[in-house]
Design a protein around this ligand. Structure first.
Ligand code: F6R
Length: 608
């Protein structure tokens, strides 16, 4: 959350900082700002709202300078307003920050007692005053910065400008991601390589505890102990071209419609068409020997993991614990040595998931990442990575990342079942054959777009509450459908295991509550069909997603029923993700919400 970018160079910085911020806007978008060193003074512009508002401000009130820092904010401490927008600055120091400084109150009290006047409610502002205090006491500015960094607790990525040292830009990382970029006679810092892609592809990732002094010629990086360290420079594969919407109105729509392609790409990396079998990349541990699996993630990624649990237990016969990273990391989980812990993350930067990974490493687990951002922290810290080849996902609501995570988990299930000797060749060929059909079946599902839009406009836009029901692997899909609807349309929605409805949620059902039923033809179909009867008997309006056979059974009961292609139940969760995404998307569009950047959310949750 929050994006930071910085430049120390020879060309005007402001417009390039804005370009970097636009590429980071997915991380937070409630306010933005930048500061430069111009004519020996710190200049600053800040604005509530999106980068476009800041850009407008800079057109009417420009700032010069070739060295500067920029920030797009997702509020943690303090309302999203101009006073709390970054950079925080006084005449001497300007700071941009991503993360949370946990001991800010103690530091703030100490600094206020020394006469410092604070102008914001943020935790970040203490960094400005802490450094300034050191400089005021006569400490050289870079040394004052080093000492201030040593007093900060919590998670941070910082970019720091010092008026008295216009020849440097300082970067520091503790728990929040930060990359350095090398140009010709200029250096950059950014929350990720995407931000820096227009300027350079030569990227160095800082490690936790690192802080760096950047000049136009390079960077000196020191670790926690003050030792100079060398961090490898990598060539980022990310392109400098701004990622476009490909003719769609929103990134989310583009990303939904890319799914047949990216599902195919992800599958092709693991599928051997001649043998009709799955081959995983070489892993640094024996997959067949893992006694137990722990599946850990947040949000939508966790729901992919929940589908994975159903698959792995049924087909590979291995015990799977499923956990939300935010709960797992503070629960003191007991883990047997040699287990496999799987971390699923689109961004690869989610703070809770990363903390869970570190816990698992300390507790003797083999750590496998299923990650979309190959250069992310989780990808780098995991023992091995199975990549999702979804490409950059810009819409805040996860769509193609989710379905490609499912593809990887399905392949892992088949590979593990084979490795454990519990799946015969015939079943492997059947399941992997079903997988190969998914891209074309997904394209067929997307043909229902118009129909689903009509359902969204008629039945969902007026709704205040919506229920989603499913059984087996459709249960996580019900949770995902509800999550998608609430995050982008702001309609309250709940997902339930269909069999759980009688234990409470049935009390909510009346003619005003649409009930989405995810019911592919599988061994649990009849049970779900009974639940539809119960909904309808109470005046509920069921919207059914099934295949032709299921729709035939339920059409007369339901308000609406959409027939998706008939597929092997194994791959149904991948396909049934699409209509629930479309339903949420069209409801949000019809309601006029900000689909790609819904309120209060951010794409990469780098604070816990
Ligand atoms: C919902 C959504 C979030 C993310 C969650 C984890 O549409 O996108 O729930 O799934 O924040 O993010 P990653 O996958 O980046 O770890």
């Amino acid at each position: 959350m929050c994006g930071i970018v910085g430049i120390i160079g020879t060309a005007p910085a402001a417009s390039r900082l804005i370009e970097g911020l636009r590429r980071l806007e997915y991380r937070g978008y409630d306010s933005a700002g930048l500061a430069t060193l111009d004519g020996g003074a710190i200049q600053r512009r800040r604005a509530k709202g999106k980068i476009a508002v800041l850009d407008d401000l800079l057109r009417t009130d420009p700032i010069g300078g070739t060295t500067g820092v920029g920030h797009t904010r997702w509020a943690t401490h303090g309302m999203p307003n101009e006073a709390n927008a970054h950079p925080h600055a006084n005449g001497r120091v300007a700071v941009v920050h991503n993360g949370i400084i946990e001991n800010f109150q103690t530091l703030r009290d100490e600094l206020v007692a020394k006469g410092h006047a604070f102008t914001s409610d943020t935790d970040t502002e203490v960094v400005v005053h802490l450094i300034s205090q050191g400089i005021a006491e006569g400490t050289e500015p870079i040394e004052a910065t080093r000492r201030a960094l040593g007093r900060l607790e919590g998670a941070f990525a910082l970019g720091i400008l010092l008026k008295d040292r216009p020849d440097v830009l300082i970067a520091a990382r503790q728990g929040s991601p930060l990359a350095l970029g090398r140009g010709e006679g200029e250096m950059f810092l950014g929350s990720d390589a995407l931000a820096l892609a227009p300027m350079t592809q030569r990227i160095t990732y800082l490690e936790d505890g690192d802080w760096a002094v950047l000049t136009t010629e390079g960077a000196t990086i020191r670790d926690l102990d003050g030792q100079e360290v060398a961090r490898p420079e990598q060539l980022s594969s990310l392109s400098g071209a701004m990622i476009g919407k490909g003719g769609h109105r929103h990134f989310m729509a583009k990303e939904i419609f890319e799914q047949p392609q990216v599902i195919g790409d992800t599958l092709n990396a693991m599928f051997n068409p001649t043998r009709r079998s799955i081959t995983l990349p070489d892993l640094p541990f024996d997959l067949a020997a893992v006694p137990r699996i722990t599946m850990i993630a947040c949000g939508t990624a966790s729901l992919a993991g929940l589908v994975g649990k159903y698959w792995l237990e049924r087909f590979a016969g291995v015990a799977v614990d499923w956990d939300l990273a935010s709960e797992f990391r503070y629960r003191a989980p007991v883990m047997a040595e040699g287990g496999l812990a799987i971390f699923i993350s689109q961004s690869g930067e989610t703070a809770d998931t990363l903390a869970a990974l570190r816990y698992c490493k300390q507790h003797g687990q083999h750590c496998l990442g299923i990650v979309n951002a190959p250069e992310s922290t989780i990808a780098r810290e995991a023992d091995a990575v199975l990549p999702t080849l979804a490409g950059p996902e810009i819409g805040v609501a996860s769509t193609k990342a989710f379905t490609t995570q499912l593809v990887v988990l399905a392949c892992l299930t088949i590979a593990l079942a084979r490795a454990r000797g519990v799946m015969d060749r015939e079943t492997e060929a059947r399941l992997s054959g079903a997988m190969t059909e998914v891209p074309s079946r997904a394209a067929e599902v997307l043909n229902h777009d118009g129909r689903i839009r009509a359902i969204a406009e008629d039945a969902f836009v007026p709704a205040r509450d919506v229920l989603y029901l499913g059984r087996g692997t459709s249960y996580p899909l019900a949770l995902e459908g509800a999550l998608k609807l609430k995050e982008i349309s702001y309609i309250h929605a709940e997902g339930y295991a269909a069999g759980e409805m009688k234990h409470g949620p049935i009390a909510l059902i009346d003619e005003h509550v649409p009930v989405v039923v995810i019911a592919p033809s599988d061994p649990l179909f009849e049970k779900t069909a009974s639940n539809v009867q119960e909904v309808v008997a109470r005046g509920g309006k069921a919207v059914v997603f099934s295949d032709a056979e299921g729709v035939k059974r339920l059409r007369d009961l339901a308000l609406d029923a959409v027939a998706l292609p008939a597929v092997d139940p194994f791959v149904a969760p991948i396909l049934y993700a699409l209509p629930v995404q479309l339903l949420a998307y069209h409801t949000a569009v019809a309601k006029g919400t900000d689909v790609d950047q819904p309120r209060n959310l951010a794409k990469a949750v780098t604070v816990e």
